[in-house]
Design a binder for this molecule. Structure first.
Ligand SMILES: *[C@@H]1O[C@H](CO)[C@@H](O)[C@H](O)[C@H]1NC(C)=O
Ligand SMILES: *[C@@H]1O[C@H](CO)[C@@H](O)[C@H](O)[C@H]1NC(C)=O
Ligand SMILES: *[C@@H]1O[C@H](CO)[C@@H](O)[C@H](O)[C@H]1NC(C)=O
Length: 385
């Protein structure tokens, strides 16, 4: 009986032993399948993540404002993303800065030092072309100040060695073509005005590049008695057509002007801008899309209060020639010496009265992040270094 049981057990064991390789093989196959599917899902997840990162970084390169100066069909554009509710700016503090800036001296104070140029960057996130700017600023520390307005959600700090380290001012959300954009520009101007050695104020975006070396740009700006704020009377619907008689009696149609958002102003005009409450209130109420406040408020304000102080042209070049609602954006393959020299020397304009010059533009936009590499290669030629 016992013997029989043992034999049966051994037989069963034998059968199992024979079966085992098959089971093992199954386990093996199953293990392989599980292994490969986890690897591939990991790869897919990684790809999704990288794709998102890439999209975000491409998104960064787009200008805050692409307000066309030429297209009437703006309202067809997709609406901008809703602004984040958070803000790093405190209203009371901001009012205080604005108040102090409005009272700041109207002429740059220079006690043995040089007047400075304030470079004000209005960006969404980081500055993708910052290596070019670092090169541009290098060695001119006493002649400039930097002020950066970003999305309040962007809190990344560049390395300590960067010229942009700790240059971010308390910022608030900015909406495309709305008065929050003007608020940001006023915020930048007030912060820059508090530095009393700042004599000239340039507004730049993250897609802007300098076309000349620091010395040339600095001299061009500080020697000019006039500001470089684009201001012209555009009789078309996208110019005068955006005016409303509801602005009367403060702003009449003959006061109405249009111009490139990316301005350069003297300290006197910068102070006028941050002190103005009357006209700003009128514009905030009556200049709403499809009236773009950043294209009309400053050109009209300067035309009203100090027209003789403006050259009425912008020193920031932008290409509207391709038509459409957005100016051309340049990529890697566009960067050639002939193209850049065309912008640098290809126009005629007046500088300081009757002097005609072929250097009309000091900055240009919109340059995609892919242009950084060729621009860095061309930089020794552009900047004479
Ligand atoms: C700019 O335009 C204003 C009128 O809007 C005019 O008074 C002023 O002289 C112009 N500036 C130049 C340099 O032409
Ligand atoms: C600029 O002026 C110069 C000399 O008057 C002329 O030769 C040139 O064609 C002008 N350039 C443009 C772009 O108008
Ligand atoms: C800046 O550029 C000018 C020509 O545009 C050149 O003469 C000058 O030497 C350059 N200055 C520096 C400091 O590189």
């Amino acid at each position: 009986m016992k013997k029989h049981k043992i034999t049966a057990f051994v037989k069963e064991l034998n059968v199992r032993m024979k079966k085992e390789p098959i089971t093992l093989r199954y386990i093996h196959i199953l293990g392989t399948v599980i292994f490969f599917s986890s690897v591939s899902s990991l790869v897919i997840l990684l790809a999704l993540y990288l794709n998102q990162r890439l999209q975000t970084s491409l998104f960064l390169v787009d200008d805050l404002s692409s307000n066309p100066l030429t297209s009437p069909s703006l309202s067809l554009l997709p609406p901008p993303p809703p602004p984040p509710p958070r803000s790093s700016g405190n209203d009371v503090e901001e009012e205080e800065v604005m108040r102090r800036a409005a009272m700041a001296p109207r002429d740059a104070m220079m006690i043995g030092a040089h007047p400075k140029v304030a470079f004000m960057f209005l960006t969404r996130w980081n500055l993708p072309l910052s290596p070019l700017w670092e090169l541009f600023f290098k060695g001119h520390e006493d002649f400039y100040s930097i002020h950066v307005h970003t999305s309040p959600e962007f809190t990344e700090e560049p390395p300590k060695s960067s010229v942009f380290y700790k240059k971010r001012i308390p910022s608030k959300a900015v909406e495309w073509g709305k008065s929050s954009m003007m608020d940001a520009e006023r915020r930048l101007l007030s912060h820059a005005l508090l530095e009393t050695s700042n004599a000239r104020f340039v507004l730049l975006s993250e897609t802007c590049i300098p076309l000349f070396n620091f010395t040339t740009i600095y001299t061009y700006l500080t020697r000019s008695t006039r500001s470089f704020l684009g201001s012209f009377d555009d009789p078309r619907p996208m110019g005068r057509g955006r005016y409303t008689s509801k602005m009367l009696p403060h702003v009449s149609l003959s006061d109405w002007r249009k111009g490139n958002q990316w301005f350069e102003v003297s300290r006197r005009i910068a102070a006028e801008i941050v002190s103005d409450r009357r006209y700003y209130a009128v514009f905030k109420e009556h200049c709403r899309p499809p009236c773009y406040i950043d294209e009309h408020y400053l050109p009209t304000l300067v035309n009203k209060i100090c027209p003789e102080m403006n050259s009425n042209r912008s020193v920031t070049w932008v290409d509207w020639s391709r038509g459409g609602s957005h100016p051309a954006r340049f990529v890697w393959k566009d960067i050639r010496v002939e193209f850049l020299d065309g912008i640098r020397f290809g126009s005629n304009c007046s500088y300081e009265g009757d002097d005609v010059t072929n250097v009309c533009f000091l900055f240009a936009r919109k340059f995609h992040v892919s242009t950084l590499e060729p621009l860095m290669k061309i930089a020794p030629y552009l900047y004479g270094i």
